[in-house]
Design a protein around this ligand. Structure first.
Ligand code: PLP
Length: 414
């Protein structure tokens, strides 16, 4: 009989770790309450006439030292607004990563464009520049980079490709607030940076999003796109192009604007927590701790790690289940499979039976997504294990994480 909780023995930890699903792992407090109270008492819940959404945009732009920020309703809306601002023709291709949230991909198809997947760096799980370049065609209209889990992508190489082929680069920073690449903040290097304020993100307002750019014309178009194409504050009294309503409201803005001031602390604390986790976990034979790209600062939305399968008698999935049974939740495989293997892209489940935009005559290609399109992504997901990383983790929480992983590692060492 083993001493593992999965076999019925006592577990390492019996109370939940601080987590982003509730106040135990979130930074909401009096500032948010005061702002919300002010909004309700003012009776001004619409962003135009209120003050908090505008303040959130100004403070966020100042934090990133960019010219423009446009608040929207989600990270998905942020990506969609970025693509709306780019104003590409239909049936163009946009190159992105197969390991991401659907919020990166769905906006491509809502703009009647085609997602194309490049493979990933095995050690950092971000887009592999040479794979991006191999996918470029005369239809490529954008590269959408995701800084997965808070680790910056290889921006120098990706921006160089964008420049070489004159293709805009959009940065999906939903998981990567204040992550840095060679001293530059993510979101400020590409043409547009996109962020999410969903419950689990470094800045949270339940749902919400924001885009940043230094380009006046992109900012102008983004504002219009997220506001149904309606120009505010000028003489024009008509909807000027096809847009949608992604306006953030003042209740969300009240929370978001209080959260901006806290994110620097959150990210710094997470870096300290992740460092402590790495120091401890690296001492366990067979545990492969995450590497941070040289010259970069990670922001640790999650803490990805792997196991050396030569060392252990179980699969990554079984390893995760055993650690979870110890009371320290470990996820296996993140999104399970490359996003192109899911039902939406396999069945082209888009608009009725049309399979649009894939069937669009302007596209004129037959695209089939096959598992082997991105072999590194397949292997990453087969191996990937995920621990949480939270600014509220104490030394004793980190000890419990270490003890749970070490206990399972010891029991399963060949
Ligand atoms: C990388 C990435 N892109 C986009 C999104 C979409 O953000 P939202 O859920 O706010 O729409 C998420 C959210 O999880 C994400 O992690």
């Amino acid at each position: 009989m083993s001493d593992l909780a999965i076999d019925g023995a006592q577990r390492v930890r019996s109370t939940p770790l601080p987590n982003v699903g509730d106040i135990s792992g979130r930074t909401f407090g009096d500032e948010e309450i005061a702002n919300l109270t002010e909004v309700i008492r003012s009776g001004k819940l619409f962003r135009f006439g209120g003050k908090f959404v505008e303040k959130f945009e100004q403070d966020f732009a100042a934090m990133l030292n960019v010219k423009h920020a446009v608040a929207v309703t989600s990270g998905t809306a942020a990506i969609h607004t970025a693509l709306g601002a780019l104003n590409c023709d239909i049936a163009k291709e946009m190159i992105t990563t197969p390991i991401t949230d659907m919020g990166t991909i769905a906006p491509i198809m809502f703009q009647n464009c085609i997602p194309i997947f490049a493979d990933l760096e095995p050690e950092y799980f971000n887009l592999l520049p040479e794979s991006i370049e191999a996918q470029i065609t005369d239809k490529t209209a954008a590269i959408i980079v995701v800084h997965l889990f808070g680790q910056p992508a290889n921006m120098d190489a990706i921006l160089a490709i964008g420049k070489k082929y004159n293709i805009p680069v959009i940065e999906d920073c939903c998981q990567a607030y204040l992550a840095q690449y060679n001293g530059k903040l993510v979101g400020t290097m590409g043409d547009i940076g996109c962020f999410s304020l969903q419950q689990s993100k470094h800045i949270a307002s339940g749902d919400g999003g924001i885009i940043v750019t230094n380009d006046d014309e992109l900012a102008r178009r983004a504002r219009l796109f997220a506001d149904k194409g309606w120009p505010r504050g000028g003489d024009v009294r008509q909807y000027v192009f096809l847009g949608i309503n992604y306006r953030m409201n003042e209740l969300t803005g009240a929370v978001a604007s209080a959260q901006v001031g806290k994110v620097d602390n959150t990210v710094h604390s997470r870096r300290a927590v992740a460092k402590a986790m790495t120091e401890k976990l690296a001492s366990i034979p067979g545990i492969v701790v995450p590497k941070v790209r040289e010259g970069c600062e990670h922001s640790w939305w999650l803490y990805p790690f792997m196991i050396d399968e030569n060392v252990f008698s179980v699969s990554p999935k079984e390893f995760a289940a055993a650690v979870s049974a110890e009371g320290v939740g470990v996820g296996h495989g993140y999104i399970g499979q490359p996003i192109y293997m899911g039902q939406i892209l396999q069945e082209k489940a888009t608009y009725g039976k049309s399979q649009c935009p894939f069937s669009c005559p302007h596209y004129g290609k037959e695209l089939v997504y096959k598992p082997e399109d991105c072999p590194n992504a397949l292997e990453i997901l087969r191996r990937l294990l995920i621990l949480p990383c939270n600014e509220r983790f104490t030394e004793s929480d980190i000890d419990d994480i270490y003890n749970a992983v070490a206990k399972v590692a010891k029991a399963y060492t060949k």
